[in-house]
Design a binder for this molecule. Structure first.
Ligand code: KE4
Length: 433
């Protein structure tokens, strides 16, 4: 039965809220009709109408190898044939935990879960249980999943408690969450001065992919680490997006090269470590993790945690990205992509800038790279949305929101990049006015 994206969207909206199972997929930020994907292979997606797209979303990060990598498919198929789920421990969970731990210095133990939200939520509960404290700090523009305590925006004052960003979250649930401006050292100092002895943790996206692509500055990250250590608060890196995506050792390995001896106290992972299947993780020192059930009093559980098919998918993915030269090639490819798009903008007389790390990138319709969320939100939304559709019409699938990062896979070829740059030149030419 041939059908169209519009017909599918109409039908979807009758039985699924907004027609989607995750809001960003609905194209509300950019307008238009979401594409219903029928299949994917390598760097490409095909929608229900048979239109092919070069895919720069990659399922929002997981598909670092591209779609349908043979080694991953083989591992998943074999694992599925051996059983979909047991609700009992398996050797492969040990192998995946060992693989993650081996790649991340200081990660002595890991707990596997099914989503980034679940991992971030559990890490906060663990930090609170391990420290006996309730308060936490997060940063404006960083997203750590949709757990109630994290759906919060900055309070009235810099170091005051946050207010809910979502209906259904009672104010008392976010009363222990302080939201600070990203990359603002003075706000950090003020918050620690006021709350230091009560802080269980600080959760941060080290490279913030939920406000497109904003790096934590070295002075900010240096001071954050020092203040957490001085006050006994746990520094929790949310690497759900950046982990195994910006580098084999995640963003923390990037900061460890810039800040001698740097490492967070806990890390949260997802996306790439599941290779496209529902799998995420959180981990830290043995001492901290010992507070988790069944060893300690911090409860955390999951029917499908460490699912045998998902762990097979994740392990096969990690094995491929750990191969020599993988990240060097991916980094060069991603840099070339961004440079070409920004150059096309500037040739059209349109202010643009961009940045990338490993296989993650962002670009802005703005003269220079934003360092915080308010600046990201002042970038030219209208131009971004028209550019998004101009690229979509030319078979290039970018993230449908200006505050989202983009992703390149090992399957993208130089021809794909050239086609993307050509599409960008054409789309931007139409925006110059
Ligand atoms: P999930 O619960 O969606 O697996 O992970 C939540 C999460 C946690 N931490 C970070 C840094 C994240 O980026 C995410 C989820 N990222 C979004 C993209 N911005 C997923 C896409 C979506 O919500 O549909």
């Amino acid at each position: 039965m041939t059908t169209t994206n519009a017909a599918l969207f109409e039908r979807a909206q009758r039985v699924i809220p907004g027609g989607v199972n995750s809001p960003v997929r609905a194209f509300r930020a950019v307008g238009g009709t979401p594409r219903f994907i029928a299949r994917a292979q390598g760097a490409y997606l095909w929608d229900a109408e048979g239109q092919r797209y070069i895919d720069y979303i990659g399922s929002w990060g997981p598909m670092i190898l591209g779609h349908g990598h043979p080694a991953v498919l083989e591992a998943v198929t074999k694992a599925a044939a051996d059983g979909l789920s047991f609700g009992a421990p398996t050797e492969r969970e040990i192998e995946l935990a060992e693989a993650i731990s081996a790649l991340v210095p200081g990660l002595e133990q890991v707990r596997l879960v099914s989503s980034g939200t679940e991992a971030a939520m559990s890490a906060i509960r663990l930090a609170r249980g391990a420290t006996g404290r309730s308060r936490m700090i997060k940063f404006e523009g960083c997203y750590h999943g949709h757990a109630d305590a994290l759906l919060v925006k900055a309070g009235s004052g810099l170091a005051t408690f946050g207010n809910p960003t979502s209906a259904g979250v009672p104010p008392e649930v976010v009363q222990h969450t302080i939201v600070l401006p990203y990359n603002d050292v003075s706000a950090l100092e003020a918050a620690f001065a006021e709350h230091g002895p009560h802080l269980a943790c600080v959760m941060v996206e080290p490279i913030a992919g939920n406000m497109n692509f904003v790096r934590a500055s070295v002075p900010f990250m240096t001071r954050l680490r020092a203040l957490c250590s001085a006050h006994g608060a746990l520094l929790v890196f949310d690497e759900v997006m950046s982990g195994f995506r910006v580098a084999l050792g995640g963003a923390q390995s990037v900061y460890a090269r810039l800040i001698p001896g740097f490492r967070p106290d806990m890390s949260v992972f997802g996306k790439v470590i599941g290779g496209g299947m529902p799998l995420a993780a959180f981990g830290g020192s043995r001492d901290v993790m010992a507070h988790l059930a069944p060893l300690g009093p911090v409860y955390q559980a999951g029917t499908l945690s460490g699912n045998p098919v998902a762990t097979a998918c994740g392990l096969a993915t990690l094995r491929e990205i750990a191969k020599p030269g993988f990240f060097e090639a991916l980094t060069a490819k991603t840099q070339s992509l961004v440079e070409g798009i920004v150059a096309a903008g500037r040739s059209a007389g349109i202010p643009m800038c961009g940045d990338s790390e490993g296989g993650m990138f962002g670009f802005f319709f703005h003269q220079n790279l934003p360092q915080d969320y308010p600046t990201v939100m002042t970038t030219d939304k209208e131009r971004f949305n028209r550019f998004f559709h101009g690229m979509l019409e030319r078979g290039v699938y970018l993230a449908p929101a200006l505050y989202e990062a983009g992703f390149v896979s090992a399957a993208h070829t130089t021809e794909d990049l050239a086609a993307t740059h050509q599409a960008a030149r054409e789309a931007l030419a139409g925006l110059a006015g």
